[in-house]
Write a protein that binds this ligand. Structure first.
Ligand code: ZN
Length: 298
């Protein structure tokens, strides 16, 4: 797809689904204004990017290392290390949502990064439900969204602040929030009454071999996962959870990317990091909890 075609495609996708949005400045309803901008009823204008996304953040401040971080994440996601997690996440969503056959199912990934996960979920749900899925990926980081939009023109990609997200009340059937901070108040506001939130948090053994090698410790995260689950359950009282744990042999050319995309390497001594990267292969534990719930019980 050329940039011009990509832009035209995004404009028609947004025109069809404009009711998902609300203005991030005034909260007003949004619609397409011509082919190049999304506009609210009060006239606040948001231009579509030629890279195929829409910027709905009034004041963006791009981070310095984000490009490298998202390149590393993209490499690791493409290599399939998160496939098993995504398969479980898909089955949780597919088993708990009752889509309205008269309407498209709307899915938001809040904190989508470079978009691999929501793109995979969109494809799985479309083939399982045999209907169009309106997939929206939102992230505060512009480099993440740019990477995402280049890869998948079938989803709507938005640079946005998830604390004050540019989506109207009850716009989504499903909100996912994968290894990314939550704003439960906003998630409740965005979900349809019979919708669901599915959140992925690291389990206690996630990347434990890295922690062991770099810091000589293990299972530090137990309390963090428990704390997150308790907070989730406070906002979504019918919460359920599933643990997904597996090990994978990391290929040498994936080892550095895997290490760089986690905060674990940031405070480690350079000598330890070099020692770790010298391995010809590395067995690593992936451990997650999928937490899910509905905004209303019943
Ligand atoms: Zn406005």
């Amino acid at each position: 797809m050329s940039k011009k075609e990509h832009l035209h495609h995004l404009a028609s996708l947004l025109a069809r689904h404009a009711t998902i949005f609300r203005c991030p400045v005034c909260g007003g309803a949004m619609n397409m204004a011509g082919e190049r901008s999304l506009s609210c009823t009060a006239g606040h204008l948001f231009d579509l990017s030629r890279d195929g996304y829409v910027h709905l953040l009034p004041n963006a401040k791009p981070g310095k290392y984000e490009k490298e971080l998202f390149a590393a994440r993209r490499l690791i996601n493409d290599a399939g290390y998160f496939d098993l997690l995504l398969e479980h996440l898909f089955s949780v969503i597919n088993g708990n949502i009752r889509p309205d056959p008269a309407d498209s199912l709307a899915l938001l990934d809040a904190g989508c990064g470079e978009g691999s996960h929501v793109s995979a979920l969109q494809a799985k749900l479309e083939s399982a439900m045999n209907q169009d899925i309106v997939a929206v990926g939102a992230d505060l980081s512009k480099p993440g969204i740019v990477t995402a939009a280049k890869r998948n023109a079938r989803a709507i990609w938005v640079v946005a602040d998830l604390a004050r997200s540019p989506f109207r009340d009850q716009a989504f059937d499903v909100v996912t929030n994968i290894l990314s901070p939550s704003n439960y108040g906003e998630f409740r506001r965005l979900l349809k009454p019979n919708g669901m939130l599915a959140k992925v948090v690291p389990g206690p053994e996630y990347l434990r071999e890295f922690r062991q090698f770099l810091y000589g410790e293990r299972a530090r995260r137990t309390k963090a996962a428990e704390h997150t689950a308790a907070l989730f359950a406070k906002h979504f009282p019918g919460m359920k959870q599933r643990r997904v744990r597996y090990e994978a042999e990391l290929e040498p050319h994936h080892l550095e990317a895997m290490l760089r995309m986690t905060p674990l390497s940031w405070q480690a001594a350079e000598e330890q990091v070099r020692g770790l990267l010298a391995h010809s292969s590395f067995r690593l534990t992936f451990d997650f909890y999928i937490l899910w719930g509905k905004p209303f019980i019943g």
